[in-house]
Each structure stands twice: as C-alpha cells, then as structure tokens.
Design a protein around this ligand. Structure first.
Ligand SMILES: *Cc1c(COP(=O)(O)O)cnc(C)c1O
Length: 386
C-alpha cells in the first residue's frame, strides 16, 4: 500500500496538481463569469454555472484547505470578515451565541451591532475564567460557540476540546477562528470543532498582497448549506486572481509558519525578563498560564504572534514602536515581514486592549536582526523628546 504523504508534501505540490489538457503543474487563472450548456441544455461541467457560485480557480485552494484542516469542504470568501459574518448570518432570530471578550476587533464590533439589530443574544465570555462556557450556555437557545485561539492580541489560549464537549452537550456548533495558529500548528476539527475560519489575508497567503477568507466544515450538514447559500446569494466571493495567488502562497505555508514560530520563540525568550518590559505574552513560554493547553493543541510551534507589555504605560509603548527600524509600523499580521503596532491606537476608546501593549507579528527574517532592532528601540526609551 502506498504510504500516505505528509501534508507538507501535498501542499508544496498544490496536491500534485497537473492540468489534464496541457500538463502544466500550475493551474491557470479562469476569469469566466459564466459557463456554457450543451445542446441538450445541460451544463458542460456540473460544478460550474455562474461566477458568483463557483469558479474553477477556487477549486485547488479550497481543496488544499479542506485537506489541511481535515474537513469535508472549504469555501473561500472575499475577506476573513466575510467568512466569519456568514457563519453568524446562518443563525435565526432568537438564537444565542457565545464569543470571547478579547477577539479580532473588527468582528467584535460587528457582532455587537449585528446581534442587536437581528435579535440574537450574545454573551462575551472571559476565556480565563474556568468553566465559563458551561456556565453561560442557555439550553435550547445557544446555537453557536465562537472562539479564537490564540486570541488576538493577548494570545490567551482557549481549550478547543473542552469547548467542543460543551457545544456537543447542548447541540450547538463550535466555530474556531484559527487565523493565528494555521493548520500547520492546530487542526481544530481534530479537537471537535464543526467550522474553522481563517483570514487568508494573513498566514495562508503570507505575502501581504491579497484580502481573503475561508471556512472549512467538518461535515456538510444543513448549517453548512445555509452558509454556502449566504455566499452564493450575498456574493462575498473571492476574485479569481486572488484565489490563484492564494494557492501559490499556501505552497510555502509550512516553511513560513515554522520559521515565524521559531523566530517568535527566540524573541519571547530573549525579552521575557527584560527590565523595561513587564511581561511578554506568548503561548510558547512556560510562564504562559495556558502553556499546557497550547502544547496539547499547537503542534510544532506556537505561532508568530506575541505582545509586550511595556513598563511606563502608553507613552513608553508608543515611543518604543517609534524607534523601530527593521520592524515596520503597520497593522495586519502573518506576512513574511515583521510588523509592530500599538493596538489601542488602532482600536480606539472602546477597546479593551491595555494601552501599554505592543503587538508584534514576527516574519521570516534573521532573528538576530529582529532582536537587535527591538533591543535598540527599548534602550532608546526615554531618550527622545515625545
Ligand atoms: C485579520 C483577521 C480577521 C479578519 O480578516 P480580514 O481578512 O481582514 O477580513 C479575523 N480574525 C483574525 C484573527 C484576524 O487576524
């Protein structure tokens, strides 16, 4: 029997793609918005009818994603937000959901507004409180538990397996925003998740040159069919060029995520006891309160995202980022280049993020250059007029 190939091999080869007509090992970009029927008025390809539903260029990246996550099917969307929003729009009026207090900012803001207008109940839970999910579910009403792990930008860890037991006990769905961990490190479906969500803008593509999102289901059940219809009728589809770029970016996913994780761990270890930093938030550190859970559900690394809590408050935090010259001051994450940002300034007054927190997205550069840049910036604290 043929040995099952490693995912690293499968993804690097675009699932061993070969075009059946030309033999090209890279798929073409198909830009057609419509697909012809034969003289009996049957679609020539059953899969394709109109460009808002499916496009042949989506097929490879969608298959790569469902294989990576161990799911039954994947759907690409025009952004991570479009993917996430589709899951919530599949709920009914009167349903109740649980979502973490600290989560991707744009989605939290949208949820507050959406749940109010659509008559959906929502409880934002503190993931650091034990048994918080079990205590906050409402039998017969809670239909969806949402979690993000590690959650942005404090990198708290939520136990996916534990959450899935709670979800199953009340017949609710468990959806996991796994953007930061990526399927290289965590496969939420293995721990009982029903739906995995990604902002493909981040690690999946990895090169900062497209906006996209993805959902992967553990099984194609009626809830998934609702989500598919929301994409079809709502029209939040990815463009064919972006879908093509995404399959290209994903071929190097394993290399990039492993290198970013290695770099991030080096940085976290180096700065953990630094005199000008009160704490380094990174699930790979033994001092992280949920390190053991991270170890269970993150394999081969702890990701490229970490945050520093800078001594001296907001002013010191802003001054610290001001001095960086290798790190670029910009939002977003998961690219090959390292970025640094003061989250509170981005999120504004409604933000629950500490003002002395600086978020770092570690890229694939030489770790010494990154450490030196951070060390220089930190040593310059208090030296410039501000
Ligand atoms: C960026 C991001 C999103 C939103 O994705 P977009 O592609 O920007 O729409 C959602 N969740 C997390 C964790 C993210 O980092």
């Amino acid at each position: 029997m043929k040995k099952k190939q490693k995912q690293e091999t499968r993804v690097a080869q675009g699932l061993h793609y070969q075009d059946s007509s030309s033999g090209s090992i890279i798929p073409p970009i198909n830009t057609s918005t419509t697909f012809a029927r034969n003289s009996d008025y049957e679609l020539i390809s059953e899969k394709h009818s109109y460009g808002r539903d499916e496009n042949p260029t989506f097929l490879l990246p969608e298959k790569m994603l469902s294989e990576l996550e161990g799911g039954e099917e994947a759907l690409l969307f025009s952004s991570g937000m479009a993917a996430a929003v589709s899951v919530f729009q599949a709920l009914d009026q009167g349903d109740h959901i649980l979502a973490p207090k600290i989560m991707y900012w744009g989605l939290r803001e949208w949820l507050i507004d959406f749940t109010k207008k659509w008559g959906i109940g929502i409880t934002f839970y503190d993931p650091n409180q034990p048994d918080v999910l079990r205590e906050n579910v409402i039998k017969g009403k809670t239909k969806l538990i949402w979690l993000e792990t590690p959650c942005n930008p404090t990198w708290d860890i939520i136990d996916i397996e534990e959450a899935s037991l709670v979800a199953k006990s009340i017949n609710a769905k468990l959806a996991v925003d796994s953007t930061v961990s990526t399927p290289v490190l965590t496969k939420p479906i293995d721990f009982g998740a029903d739906i995995v969500m990604h902002s493909a803008t981040k690690y999946l593509n990895g090169h900062g040159d497209l906006v996209a999102g993805a959902l992967i289901c553990s099984e194609k059940d009626p809830f998934w069919e609702k989500i598919r219809n929301i994409r079809l009728h709502g029209g939040a589809i990815i463009g064919s060029f972006e879908a093509w770029l995404l399959q290209r970016g994903m071929r190097t996913l394993f290399l990039r995520v492993k290198k970013a994780s290695d770099n991030a761990l080096k940085i976290a270890n180096y700065f953990e006891n630094h005199k000008k930093i009160s704490s380094v938030l990174y699930p790979g550190l033994k001092s992280h309160p949920k390190h053991e859970i991270a170890k269970k559900q993150m394999k081969g690394g702890y990701g490229g995202m970490l945050s520093f809590i800078i001594k001296g408050g907001e002013i010191a935090a802003l001054e610290f980022v001001k001095h960086c010259s290798v790190f670029m001051r910009a939002t977003s994450l998961g690219g090959v280049e390292s970025l640094i940002e003061h989250r509170y300034s981005i999120e504004g007054e409604s933000s629950p993020i500490p003002k002395d927190l600086v978020r770092i997205s570690v890229g694939i550069e030489a770790p010494d250059d990154l450490i030196e840049d951070l060390e220089n910036s930190i040593n310059n604290l208090g030296k410039s007029s501000f």
